[in-house]
Design a protein around this ligand. Structure first.
Ligand SMILES: NC(=O)c1ccc[n+]([C@@H]2O[C@H](COP(=O)([O-])OP(=O)(O)OC[C@H]3O[C@@H](n4cnc5c(N)ncnc54)[C@H](OP(=O)(O)O)[C@@H]3O)[C@@H](O)[C@H]2O)c1
Length: 439
């Protein structure tokens, strides 16, 4: 310990893309401040990426280069490996295993790897008494892992929810601002760099699900269960839904939510990601563009809101560097706050008996009797309708939109009512079901 205080923390960086180059830029810019706060310098010793000759906007000629990034984990002059390559398996995982099994610390921004292999890596870290840190894996620059792992660690966390994917939030808030449809806004988001060329992971909710599974594990002291996250993305949301939600006093946001429910069979973990109607005036309704926000409810802290940029080189590098400062200060501890052996393995909750208000949207044939068919299904499913809106009739017997808001009722009843409409020749598209987020 006394030795550490005088020696720099020596790091190797694998991956010199958006985040990797950002970390180098941050350490160059704020190095003196970081050394003062960490009690010692943080020094980049070696780096690796695919293309040695690529211009990365930062000088990497001063660092040792490894063609094979696994070699970074074997270097005697490296204390901590920083994995900024990405991908749940493949080279990122091989490097992470090599670093931890060799007793080196590991800092990563890789949510996919932590969601799939976080427990195995944490066990390796605990066995080797090495650090494993992943602040940047959830919500970019927002210190939400620290918030849950340290700031609220004296609380029972009863609920964690929020906006965890900047791409979806950008698309939904742009659709709201411009009235444009999903495909047009997605194309624009790709042009501006807010969406990947292959946006599936983001728009289908997988990325938000991975982050939610990490937050749930830390917040509730449970084993990560990414396969247990119920996920639906935003691809079915139409401009007309956004306009209808607006008229009703709501915006639409992709929300990840997790809680632990006590049942007669024991505790159950609910994790789900779904587009929701959020009342204007709710703190999450004002979260626009690529911003992320996480709400955590603690039994003594009350409701806490963490908000800020969820991605980008600067914010993400800031989170990576904060992890490095912790390691330089020897502030380490169990990666998931509780040692892996003591994390609870909770079965997934079945939410059917829970109650909520719901927005339902149907695209139906413009012909007599359709409205009666829809309302009969609601009646037979025991769903009580609070309001029903039929949008202007189309000309020539085409398609019309019918939107409903239900009174608070059991989720299973909505599922039952929709089941009664399955196969109906009146529907021209699958119904859209958007829960209304409670205040
Ligand atoms: N970008 C963000 O805002 C953000 C935010 C939060 C978390 N993250 C996470 O941070 C990680 C990195 O993201 P990024 O946006 O920086 O990605 P990126 O810009 O695509 O950079 C990836 C880097 O990894 C290198 N690489 C890829 N495959 C490799 C291989 N097989 N062997 C060696 N090097 C390889 C690439 O090398 P070349 O440059 O030579 O091709 C590149 O330097 C990911 O886990 C991501 O989920 C990113």
């Amino acid at each position: 310990m006394a030795d550490n205080a005088t020696k720099p923390l020596r790091i190797a960086i694998a991956g010199l893309g958006t985040v990797g180059a950002g970390v180098i830029r941050l350490l160059d810019t704020n190095g003196a401040l970081i050394a003062a706060r960490a009690g010692r310098a943080i020094e980049v010793v070696a780096v690796s990426a695919r293309d040695r000759g690529k211009d990365r906007g930062v000088d990497i000629a001063r660092f040792a280069w490894e063609d094979d990034m696994i070699a970074l984990a074997r270097r005697d002059d490296v204390d901590v490996v920083v994995e900024l390559v990405g991908g749940s398996d493949g080279p990122a995982l091989a490097l992470s295993r090599a670093a931890l099994s060799g007793g080196k610390g590991l800092v990563t921004a890789n949510k996919a790897m932590i969601a799939h292999h976080g427990l195995e890596l944490a066990e390796m870290a605990e066995a080797a008494n090495a650090a494993l840190k992943f602040e940047a894996a959830v919500a970019g620059g927002i210190p939400v892992i620290k918030g849950l792992r340290e700031g609220t660690s004296a609380n029972v966390i009863t609920k964690v929810y929020g906006i965890l994917n900047g791409t979806c939030n950008y698309i939904l808030s742009e659709m709201e601002a411009t009235g444009a449809d999903f495909a047009a806004v997605l194309a624009e988001a790709q042009r501006l760099g807010y969406a990947e060329a292959d946006p599936a992971f983001d728009i289908e909710g997988v990325d938000a699900g991975q982050k939610l599974s990490i937050l749930a594990a830390i917040g509730f002291g449970t084993r990560i269960d990414f396969p247990g996250v119920r996920i639906s993305g935003i691809t079915a949301v139409r401009a007309a839904d956004i306009a209808q939600a607006d008229a009703l006093g709501f915006v639409i946001r992709l929300i990840g939510e997790a809680d632990v429910e006590e049942t007669s069979q024991g505790p159950r973990l609910l994790q789900r990601v779904r587009p929701c109607l959020v009342a204007k005036g709710h703190p999450l309704s004002a979260v626009d563009g690529p911003t992320n926000a996480v709400v955590a409810e603690g039994n003594f802290s009350g409701r806490l809101l963490f908000q800020g940029p969820g991605a980008g080189d600067g914010p993400t590098a800031s989170a990576v560097a904060a992890d490095l400062i912790d390691i330089a200060r020897d502030e380490v501890g169990a990666p998931f706050s509780i040692p892996v052996a003591n994390l609870a393995a909770l079965p997934p909750a079945e939410p059917g008996h829970r109650t909520e208000r719901t927005y339902l949207r149907f695209m139906v044939k413009d012909r007599p009797g359709v409205l009666a068919e829809l309302t009969a299904a609601m009646r037979d499913g025991d769903v009580s309708i609070e309001s029903l809106i039929q949008q202007g009739r189309s000309s020539g017997g085409g398609e019309v939109m019918v939107a409903m808001v239900t009174h608070e009722g059991r989720e299973a009843n909505v599922t039952r009512a929709l089941g009664l409409l399955e196969g109906s020749g009146s529907l021209t598209a699958a119904p859209l079901v958007l829960p209304i987020l409670p205040r």
